[in-house]
Design a protein around this ligand. Structure first.
Ligand code: GSH
Length: 450
């Protein structure tokens, strides 16, 4: 309906008339020439306009849009871009304003102005000029535009720079070639292609997330061949869980930095899901951080990370479940909160889940069970240390208030020597933020609306 189309236009950004891109339509050169010259009024079906205008819009720049009360059409006025900066828009003297790379050009090089009229279904053409209409649009030839109930467009010259030399009252041509316009600015379609190419190059760029800081020292200590192998990625919080536990238990192991996005064979053999962390011990292997942590507890001596008392142990498992089912998805949901309302809601929700965990912890602390770190702390630590690093500057996240039990715990986790041994420099975490916003095992959209 005409009305809803008009509404749609309100939502378009400045000057944008078309919302789709047709990369290589037929007769493109001829169409570009025609829409560059605009000798006579050109009438286009909606499809033709949407197809061809984005290929030529670099020639013009949007000046204004005129809406009319109770009339089913809108006029858009565009000037030739070679006109230069219009008077009355002084150059910004704001030193903070990002400088745009502009091709320096003289002013007033061209004076061509066009009017694009967007007719909504049911409208008939307005003869506010006495000019001949050239019915270019196929299917409109001889017919009355608008009578078939389809949206259509006209493009016409509204002035010129002194006549076209024919003495017929039609405004003069551009004072430059179409090539010149193309050198000055790219069309919407070309800009779209450039962006696509950039994105494709980005996607092909090998994934490079290197460990740094203390993590490098720890990796050096554990780079020798060993029966117990940890396949881990330095940026991955789940890998960090297992790594902290191996360090805390004081075990011998081989650390294998592994890019889970490249799915190397050793990883797939150890964990057919292709995710890090995975461990291998002889001919046995497993994925899933929580499962691996339990395995290490059951099979290996060293510093115990779960209490022996059955009820205390069950209580630890209950809160590990809380971390996995509430806190981790809440963390990913916050990473994917793009507007402030969602950020606010998700910050509150995540904070509430953390508060529940803190309230379940030993009162004196500093860890969950008191003086020693246990598997609850280890499940939580990689996320706790990322909260501030990832969210403080990006969302409404507030760091723990000094003096609170939460602050005491967060501080203890941050400074625990085994956690420290697995930490890279902050840049690793901030620069890999986008990974938390990608679709993946922990961040399906269902989880966002918990
Ligand atoms: N539930 C798993 C989650 C592991 C996970 O999500 N790992 C991510 C890296 S942080 C991964 O390997 N992603 C690779 C992929 O999605 O292809 C666990 O606890 O181990």
């Amino acid at each position: 309906m005409g009305h809803s189309s008009t509404d749609a236009i309100e939502a378009r950004p400045h000057g944008q008339l078309v919302s789709r891109i047709v990369l290589d339509p037929p007769d493109l050169d001829a169409w570009r020439e025609r829409l560059f010259n605009v000798d006579d009024t050109i009438i286009l079906t909606n499809e033709q306009f949407e197809t061809y205008f984005p290929h030529i819009d670099n020639v013009y720049s949007h000046r204004s849009t005129q809406r009319y009360k109770r009339k089913p059409f809108i006029s858009h006025y565009w000037d030739c871009r070679m006109k230069g900066r219009p008077p009355g828009t002084p150059k910004s003297d704001d030193p903070a304003k990002k400088k745009r790379k502009r091709n320096a050009r003289e002013r007033d090089l061209c004076d061509v102005k066009i009017k694009i009229t967007e007719y909504f279904p049911g409208a008939t053409i307005q003869s506010d000029h006495d000019e001949q209409h050239t019915f270019v649009a196929d299917g409109l030839a001889g017919g009355q535009p608008g009578m078939d109930g389809e949206k259509f467009w006209t493009i016409q010259r509204v002035n010129g720079n002194g006549g076209n030399g024919k003495g017929d009252g039609v405004a003069g041509p551009h004072k430059h070639s179409l090539d010149k316009s193309d050198q000055i600015k790219k069309s919407t379609v070309q800009r779209y292609l450039t962006t696509q190419e950039k994105e494709a190059r980005k996607a092909q760029k090998p994934f490079q997330r290197r460990p740094s800081g203390q993590a490098v020292q720890t990796i050096k200590k554990h780079n020798k061949e060993h029966d117990l192998k940890l396949y881990a990625a330095c940026f991955c919080p789940f890998s960090q869980r297992v790594w902290i536990a191996l360090e805390a238990k004081g075990m011998a192991y081989q650390y294998c930095e592994t890019d889970p996005y490249r799915k190397p064979t050793q990883l797939l053999e150890a964990n057919p899901r292709g995710l890090v962390p995975a461990i291998r011990e002889g001919d046995w292997a497993s994925g899933e951080s929580s499962v691996i942590l339990e395995y290490l507890e059951d099979r290996h001596s060293g510093v115990p990370l779960l209490p022996t008392d059955a009820r205390l142990k069950a209580n630890c498992r209950l809160w590990i479940d809380h971390i996995n089912v509430k806190i981790v998805p809440g963390f990913y949901a916050l990473a994917r909160a793009y507007d402030s309302t969602k950020q606010f809601e998700r910050t509150e929700r995540l904070q509430a889940e953390i508060t529940a965990l803190v309230q379940a912890a030993d009162e004196r602390g500093p860890y969950f069970l008191g003086t020693d770190m246990c598997l609850v702390d280890i499940h939580f630590a990689p996320f706790a240390i990322r909260l501030s690093r990832l969210f403080r500057d990006r969302t409404m996240w507030l760091d723990p208030m000094p003096g609170t039990r939460w602050h005491q715990w967060a501080n203890a986790l941050e400074h625990n020597p085994h956690v420290q041994a697995t930490l890279s420099n902050n840049e690793l975490y901030t620069e890999t933020f986008d990974l938390y916003t990608m679709p993946g095992p922990q961040h399906s959209d269902q989880l966002l609306d918990l």
